[in-house]
Design a protein around this ligand. Structure first.
Ligand SMILES: Nc1ncnc2c1ncn2[C@@H]1O[C@H](COP(=O)(O)OP(=O)(O)OP(=O)(O)O)[C@@H](O)[C@H]1O
Ligand SMILES: [Mg+2]
Length: 329
């Protein structure tokens, strides 16, 4: 029986420091998510060896007996944090599920990712980057509304109702908040009103694009000024609709763009692409997540069931795609 190591970061492993925002450990998983993933791997006929985070991995590296690692570790600090476990595994010659360090680093940094999208003609909201509020006082021609996000965070960290700004004063204060709280530049984007979608993809040479999921906020599909904030993630104000009931041409362009984005950053085994679609029906890629949440509350279970397979099946498929890449299946 093959042994699958499991690398992850638990919310409880994060030690809050003074000055940390309340969402500092938002990307990390609940023990229940790790249990569910471990059970799903076992249901596919593997033995699971729980490893934990990058530090735990380093401690055990010399004596680790696993055939492959299922990595969902988010890492602790900085824009290379998601790359830490993959780089250690690569150095040790241990196969692992999911994207490699380069893809994880480039996509966690949204500015880097957007430069790739632009080079590959993947539509993404217009943007600029601001390292400090002082840089803003020199420029005066902004097209509001804009949205201000941290440059390298996920899980909607740093996003609240104030992230959407309508004038220069609000822009300055939100940039100040991001730079001071998250200790990184702010990414300022044109705000796309309209609708929001997310697309899960699994596989490699011929990736499987899963059904489009639409995000409903406060019971509305036409979101206008509404968007996904940190507070909404855990509230019942947010719903996933799967499959999205949208015109065939929009579905086609979203699917094609999702696949193009997955390939552009060389995702492996699984990933998820987030979109906004403006009032005229034009889709924009917000970001790609090569390490999307596999929590049963999130979209992977939903899309699996929509195509008639179980959560355990989709985890099994992701694992099989990885094993195949290494000729281990
Ligand atoms: N340019 C934009 N226009 C409108 N809404 C946006 C824009 N950028 C981000 N948002 C809103 O903010 C949410 C989070 O943004 P984004 O996906 O870039 O960050 P994230 O924190 O990495 O996301 P996730 O929660 O998926 O990890 C989006 O789902 C969307 O609702
Ligand atoms: Mg997102």
């Amino acid at each position: 029986m093959k042994i699958v190591g499991l690398t992850y970061d638990l919310k409880s492993d994060y030690k809050f420091k003074e000055g940390d925002p309340e969402d500092a450990n938002a990307e990390f998983d609940h023990p229940s998510t790790i249990d569910v993933i471990a059970k799903a791997i076992e249901a596919n006929g593997f033995k699971v060896e729980r490893i934990g985070n990058a530090e735990n991995l380093l401690e055990r590296l010399g004596s680790l007996k696993v055939d492959i690692v299922f990595n969902i570790s988010e890492g602790m600090f900085g824009r290379n944090r998601e790359s830490q476990v993959p780089v250690i595994l690569e150095m040790a010659g241990i196969p692992f599920v999911g994207a490699d360090a380069l893809t994880l680093g480039i996509t966690l940094d949204k500015v880097m990712a957007k430069k790739i999208f632009i080079a590959d003609k993947i539509p993404t909201p217009k943007f600029f980057e601001v390292g400090s509020p002082e840089q803003l006082s020199q420029t005066n021609h902004h097209r509001f509304p804009l949205i201000v996000k941290p440059r390298f965070e996920g899980s909607s960290k740093g996003l609240s109702e104030s992230s959407r700004v309508q004038n220069k004063e609000e822009l300055i204060s939100q940039v100040e908040f991001i730079v001071n709280t998250y200790k990184q530049p702010a990414l300022v984007e044109e705000f796309i009103s309209g609708q929001e979608f997310t697309v899960a993809i699994i596989g490699n040479e011929e990736p499987e694009v899963m059904p489009v999921v639409q995000i409903k906020i406060d019971g509305k599909l036409q979101l206008k000024d509404k968007f996904y904030t940190f507070a909404r993630i855990t509230s019942d104000r947010l719903e996933y609709i799967c499959p999205a009931k949208i015109p065939a041409d929009l579905k086609k362009s979203i699917n094609e763009l999702a696949l193009k984005t997955y390939r552009a950053v060389e995702c492996r085994d699984f990933g998820r692409v987030d979109f906004r679609v403006d009032k005229e029906g034009r889709p924009y890629v917000l970001e790609i997540n090569p390490l999307p949440s596999l929590s049963t509350e999130d979209v992977f279970k939903l899309v699996a069931e929509n195509v008639g397979i179980t959560y355990e099946d989709i985890i099994g498929k992701i694992l099989q795609y990885a094993l195949k890449r290494y000729n281990l299946n």
